[in-house]
Ligand binder design. Structure first.
Ligand code: C2E
Ligand code: MG
Ligand code: MG
Ligand code: MG
Length: 274
């Protein structure tokens, strides 16, 4: 019996996988501590129009890990989504964004876009939580956008869409994030009450030299225009990409060409020197 179990165990848990799952376990408990000790920070990346006017910023979370220093979302958000820890993290991000809104508003940045995880949409107190912060911090209609991916539809599409409509009633806009990746289907544009879509940087990369990316992007821009949906191009890194996007009518842009995500104080300096 023991031997059988032993060999099964060995079969499934190779030393590497075991080390990896131990690493995950450690990261999970460190995340718990990070939530309690407020080790997260919100960075902001400008979204600009072609004349470089900042029309909005996207809030992007970072973890200031006590030993490892700054950690990017890709190193902890996927785990936090599996463990449910994304809910308190997302709630904290939303509150921080609402707290920062007056300073951004004061310097003429009228809008903040926030990433929401699907899991947040399935908490009973989701709308109550958002309503609470919107009221507590005096967020005006049109000042916030909820960025979501189509994954939000996987569990219960009707529920998710109801939640989006509730957010709309609270004055938030909905942006469909990472559009064009994963299993994105054009029918999502019909299902999701989105006012904006974010063209994934996979399509933006070297768009002027990649006829397929160019064709897909032009198609998305044409459909979005018909549906009255604003397109924001992500990951714009070169003037050639900018020129191409602009010439096909993509008028909202985000990427290192303009500015990387910055802490609020650094963003305020950047805005001041622009
Ligand atoms: P996203 O929402 O698609 O955000 C855009 C990502 O592209 C950001 O990565 C940003 O730093 C990066 N980026 C911007 N411009 C450029 C560019 O010109 N070139 C390249 N190569 N990259 C660029 P970041 O900050 O590492 O975030 C990664 C992802 O983590 C986000 O992708 C989003 O899905 C997730 N995320 C970030 N913050 C939050 C959050 O507060 N809540 C949730 N649920 N997810 C978050
Ligand atoms: Mg986003
Ligand atoms: Mg995105
Ligand atoms: Mg993306």
């Amino acid at each position: 019996e023991a031997k059988r179990r032993g060999s099964n165990t060995y079969q499934w848990f190779t030393p590497d996988l075991e080390a990896d799952s131990q690493h995950q376990l450690m990261l999970r408990s460190q995340l718990q501590e990070a939530i309690q000790k407020h080790q997260f920070r919100v960075f902001y990346q400008p979204i600009v129009s072609p004349d470089k006017t900042v029309v909005a910023v996207e809030a992007l979370v970072r973890w200031l890990h006590p030993e490892r220093g700054w950690m990017a979302p890709n190193d902890f958000i996927p785990l936090a989504e599996r463990t449910g820890q994304i809910v308190p993290i997302g709630t904290w991000v939303l509150e921080q964004v609402c707290r920062d809104m007056p300073q951004l508003r004061a310097v003429g940045v009228p809008h903040i876009s926030v990433n929401f995880s699907p899991m947040q949409f399935y908490r009973d107190d989701f709308i109550e939580t958002v309503t609470g912060y919107v009221e507590q911090y005096g967020i005006a209609p049109g000042e916030l956008t909820a960025e979501i991916t189509e994954n939000v539809l996987l569990r219960d599409a009707n529920h998710a869409i109801r939640m989006m409509n509730e957010l709309r009633k609270l004055g938030l806009a909905i942006a469909l994030d990472d559009f064009g990746t994963g299993f994105t289907s054009l029918s999502y544009l019909n299902m999701i009450p989105a006012q904006k879509l974010k063209l994934d940087r996979e399509f933006v990369h070297q768009i002027h030299q990649n006829p397929r990316n160019g064709a897909i992007t032009r198609g998305i821009l044409a459909i979005a225009a018909e549906l009255d949906i604003t397109v924001i191009a992500e990951g714009v890194e070169s003037p050639a990409e900018l020129d191409y996007l602009q010439s096909y009518g993509c008028n909202y842009l985000q990427g290192y060409l303009f500015c990387e995500p910055l802490a609020l104080t650094d963003l305020l300096v950047w805005l001041d020197h622009k």
